[in-house]
Design a protein around this ligand. Structure first.
Ligand SMILES: Nc1nc2c(c(=O)[nH]1)N=C([C@H](O)[C@@H](O)CO)CN2
Length: 125
């Protein structure tokens, strides 16, 4: 299994449990690891056999910037679901950070893994 990664994807959105958090947009940073098999893309040199990181990041930025949740848990779970249902990702690791949440900390957030690491990854023969 190979991994396509996207590091520190930055999106601003409405997320938080307090009423003042409904009135502002806060930064969310994402680190993603997505299971793929890169061999067919490498052999063909054709983007059609690759998971297009630009397409993934554009879709995530659109989705997250328009979403409105109380908890980072909900946002992380929805992002994982989107990647699996819309892009066919069979396994992923997602770190979702909310850097502005705690003045005394650099960042807070979640690290989740979803899917089956043993499953045939995207683009495998
Ligand atoms: N486990 C969580 N704890 C907290 C969350 C959250 O989403 N998950 N959110 C908040 C507030 O929105 C906080 O970020 C505002 O500073 C507090 N705890």
């Amino acid at each position: 299994m190979d991994i396509l990664y996207i590091r520190n994807l930055k999106v601003e959105t409405i997320v938080g449990i307090f009423s003042w958090e409904k009135r502002i947009r806060q930064p969310i940073h994402l680190d993603l690891e997505l299971a793929v098999d890169i061999r067919r893309a490498a052999q063909s040199d054709d983007i059609h056999y690759a998971l297009d990181y630009k397409e993934v990041s554009n879709r995530l930025r659109d989705y997250i910037s328009q979403s409105e949740w109380h908890l980072v848990e909900t946002l992380a779970e929805r992002v994982a679901e989107l990647l699996m249902t819309e892009f066919g990702v069979t396994w992923l690791r997602l770190r979702l950070s909310k850097p502005a949440a705690l003045p005394a900390a650099d960042s807070v957030g979640l690290l989740i893994e979803r899917g089956d690491k043993q499953a045939k990854p995207l683009f495998a023969d």
